[in-house]
Design a protein. Structure first.
Length: 165
């Protein structure tokens, strides 16, 4: 009986010591703050904006032209010949369809490009997290937004941010 109690006691101590040891090998990171404080964030946004500026300007010009044609039709439809009115209406319909397709393609291309850049940044962040986790022999790194409560767990957000710069 004493051996059984001794083994039970020893197993509880081992389990508890593993739990305490695991606690020191866990860290948290605030990914939201990290993404907001990235110095590359503004340069990436400007680069994408510059990349799509010409297409956006062309779309804006086409939109203004289409709006002018619609206004002309509305103003002059009572004094226009029937054939002129139908030609202008057909032109407006074709231009509206063309514009709609171009806007969809533009938005898809811009979203695709933003996703590419976001993935590059996330890969840099992941590489940095892994590097710091190995440095401190961490077993687990958790986003701070995924936790309800943490007490004395190491926060590596600042270190990851410094490492990415």
């Amino acid at each position: 009986m004493k051996k059984f109690l001794y083994l039970s006691y020893l197993s509880v101590i081992l389990i508890f010591s593993n739990y305490l040891q695991a606690d020191s090998k866990i860290a948290i990171i605030n990914l939201y703050d990290l993404l907001q404080k990235l110095p590359q964030k503004t340069s990436i946004l400007k680069r994408i904006e510059n990349e799509f500026r010409d297409r956006e300007n062309k779309l804006q010009f086409q939109k203004n032209d289409l709006q002018n044609k619609i206004n002309t039709l509305e103003r002059n439809k009572s004094i226009m010949k029937l054939s002129e009115k139908q030609d202008l209406e057909n032109y407006i319909i074709k231009q509206r369809n063309s514009f709609s397709i171009k806007v969809q393609i533009f938005e898809q291309d811009k979203n695709r490009r933003q996703i590419e850049e976001r993935n590059k940044v996330l890969n840099k962040i992941q590489t940095s997290i892994i590097k710091i986790a190995r440095k401190y022999s961490l077993n687990l790194v958790i986003d701070s937004k995924a936790t309800i409560y943490t007490s004395s767990i190491k926060d590596i957000t600042v270190e990851v941010l410094k490492n990415i710069k």
